[in-house]
Design a protein around this ligand. Structure first.
Ligand SMILES: C[S@@+](CC[C@H](N)C(=O)[O-])C[C@H]1O[C@@H](n2cnc3c(N)ncnc32)[C@H](O)[C@@H]1O
Length: 448
C-alpha cells in the first residue's frame, strides 16, 4: 500500500470535492456559466457522478459560500496578498477563494482547508509555482481573516456595485443594507406541502411559517427526505408560494400557467383543483415539469410553446398566471451566481419579453377573468413599472389590490398600490438561516 504521503492527489479525501468546486467557481467567474447549467443536465460537471452524496453537498456549499461572499473574500485576500491575486493562474485564484471561504465561514478545520487548497494548486501546471504563496496567505487568513471581514461587514461588498446602487435608489439605504446582509446567509429549505403542514414540520424537524410553508435546514439530499418519494410536498420558497394563491378559490376553473416549468406553481394550481394548462417554451424544462407532476400525482395539460405567440383555446381561460422570465435578482440567496452573471443591460430585453407575455395574456383571458403576474426580480422595471405600463395600454384591465389577510396578515409585503413585494430581509429569524424570503413581485388584475 502506498503511504498517504505518496498518494496521488485524487486519493486524498475531500480533494475531489474541492477540485470540482474550483472548476465550477471558475466556470461562473471566467466562463459566465450558471450554476444550474454546471450542476444539472447535459452540461453538468462530469466529476459530479463520482462524488458521494456527502461530498456533493459539501461541494455545493463550497461553491455557494464563495459566490455569496465574493466581494468580502476579494477584500480579505487583497489585504493578505502584496501583489493581488495571481491573474494568469485561475486555479491559484479559485484555491485561495475556496480555502478562505472554508476558514472564514465553514465548519472545516483550518489546517485541512489550507492543505487541500495547496494540493489543488500543486496539481495544476500553471498554478503549481504558487503553492508556497497559497499556503502562506491561507495561514494568515486563519489568523487575521475574521478581523478583516468585520472591517467591511456593513459595506455590502457581496453585491455588484450596479445592483447595490439600484437597490439603494429604489428601496433606500437602510433596506438595501438589510437585503444585502440577508443574502450573506445560507438559505433554508422551504417546502409546500399538500396537507398537514404541522405534521410535516415535526417529521422533518422544521417549522411552519405563518404562510403555511414548512421551513427547515437541509442536511443531505432532498430526495432522501420522508415524503419526497410519496409526493407529499415540493421544494418552493415561501415567497414563491404566494402568487398562485391570489386567484382565490379555483376549484373547477381553467387556468393557464404561461411560464410554467419546472412546475412549482402549476402544482399549487392543480392541487387547488383547477384545470391547468402549463405552457413553457423549453422542452427540457417541460419534461422536468411532467416528472415533477407525476411524482406528486397531479395533473395538468402541458404545451411546449412560446407563450407570447400561442393561440390558446377560443373560449379563453378563467385565469392566467405569468411567472415571467426575469433577471432573478430576488433569488440571489439560493442562486448566488446570479449576482455575478447578470448585467444591468439584461433588464431592458427582459422587460420587453414581459410586456409581450402580458399583452398576450389579455387576449387569452375570458371577460371577468383574473391575471396574476409575478417575477422573482427586485428590479422595479420587472414588477411595479411593468404593471403600470400594461394598465396604461390596456383599459380592459384593472388592478384588484391584494389584502394583507390573503397573505397571512403579512402587511409589510403589500405595497401602497396593493401589489405583493417580498424582500430577502422579510420574515427575520433569530437564526438567520431560518429567516428571509426570496424577492418576489406579484400583481392581480381583472379583465372587464
Ligand atoms: C421563472 S421560470 C418559471 C418557474 C415556474 N413558474 C415555477 O413556479 O416552477 C420562467 C420560465 O419561463 C420560461 N419561458 C421563458 N420565455 C418564455 C416564453 N416566451 N414562453 C413560454 N415560456 C417561457 C422559461 O423556460 C422558464 O421555465
Amino acid at each position: 500500500m502506498p503511504s498517504q504521503r505518496f498518494a496521488p492527489p485524487s486519493e486524498v479525501p475531500g480533494l475531489a470535492a474541492r477540485r470540482i468546486a474550483a472548476d465550477i467557481v471558475d466556470g461562473v467567474l471566467h466562463k459566465h456559466r450558471t450554476l444550474d447549467d454546471q450542476l444539472d443536465g447535459s452540461g453538468a460537471h462530469p466529476g459530479l457522478k463520482t462524488l458521494a452524496d456527502r461530498d456533493r453537498a459539501l461541494m455545493r456549499r463550497l461553491v455557494a459560500t464563495v459566490l455569496r461572499r465574493l466581494g468580502t473574500l476579494g477584500h480579505v485576500l487583497s489585504r493578505l496578498l502584496d501583489k493581488g491575486i495571481p491573474s494568469e493562474a485561475p486555479r491559484a485564484q479559485s484555491a485561495l477563494l475556496i480555502g478562505a471561504a472554508q476558514i472564514l465561514w465553514m465548519d472545516v478545520p483550518d489546517h485541512a482547508a489550507v492543505d487541500l487548497s495547496v494540493r489543488l494548486v500543486q496539481s495544476d501546471r500553471r498554478a503549481a509555482r504558487y503553492a508556497g504563496l497559497v499556503n502562506a496567505v491561507l495561514r494568515r487568513c486563519a489568523r487575521e481573516g475574521q478581523a478583516l471581514v468585520e472591517e467591511v461587514a456593513t459595506q455590502s461588498l457581496d453585491l455588484p456595485p450596479w445592483l447595490l446602487a439600484r437597490w439603494r435608489a429604489h428601496y433606500g439605504e437602510a433596506t438595501a443594507r438589510d437585503m444585502a446582509l440577508a443574502l450573506g446567509h445560507e438559505p433554508s429549505l422551504d417546502l409546500t406541502v399538500k396537507s398537514d403542514a404541522e405534521q410535516w414540520a415535526s417529521r422533518l424537524h422544521g417549522e411552519t411559517l405563518p404562510t403555511g410553508t414548512v421551513r427547515m435546514l437541509l442536511h443531505g439530499s432532498v430526495t432522501m427526505l420522508p415524503g419526497f418519494a410519496e409526493g407529499q410536498w415540493w421544494v418552493q420558497d415561501a415567497a414563491a408560494a404566494l402568487p398562485a394563491r391570489l386567484f382565490g378559490d379555483i376549484k373547477g376553473k381553467s387556468i393557464a400557467d404561461l411560464c410554467a416549468a419546472p412546475g412549482g406553481k402549476t402544482a399549487q394550481l392543480a392541487h387547488a383543483g383547477a384545470h391547468v394548462t402549463a405552457i413553457d417554451r423549453s422542452p427540457a424544462r417541460v419534461a422536468r415539469l411532467r416528472e415533477n407532476l407525476a411524482r406528486l400525482s397531479l395533473q395538468a395539460e402541458t404545451v411546449v410553446a412560446d407563450a407570447a405567440e400561442w393561440a390558446g383555446p377560443a373560449e379563453g381561460f378563467d385565469g392566467i398566471l405569468i411567472d415571467a422570465p426575469c433577471t432573478s435578482t430576488g433569488t440571489i440567496r439560493r442562486h448566488p451566481d446570479v449576482a455575478w452573471l447578470r448585467q444591468e443591460s439584461d433588464i431592458a430585453a427582459l422587460t420587453a419579453l414581459q410586456q409581450r407575455l402580458l399583452r398576450k395574456s389579455v387576449s387569452l383571458l375570458k371577460p371577468g377573468g383574473t391575471l396574476v403576474y409575478c417575477t422573482c426580480s427586485l428590479e422595479p422595471e420587472e414588477g411595479e413599472q411593468a404593471i403600470a405600463t400594461l394598465l396604461a395600454a390596456e383599459p380592459a384591465l384593472r388592478r384588484v389590490p391584494i389584502e394583507a389577510s390573503e397573505v397571512s396578515g403579512l402587511s409589510e409585503i403589500i405595497t401602497a398600490e396593493g401589489d405583493l413585494r417580498t424582500l430577502p430581509s422579510h420574515l427575520p429569524n433569530a437564526d438567520p438561516k431560518l429567516g428571509g424570503l426570496d424577492g418576489f413581485f406579484a400583481a392581480r388584475l381583472v379583465k372587464s
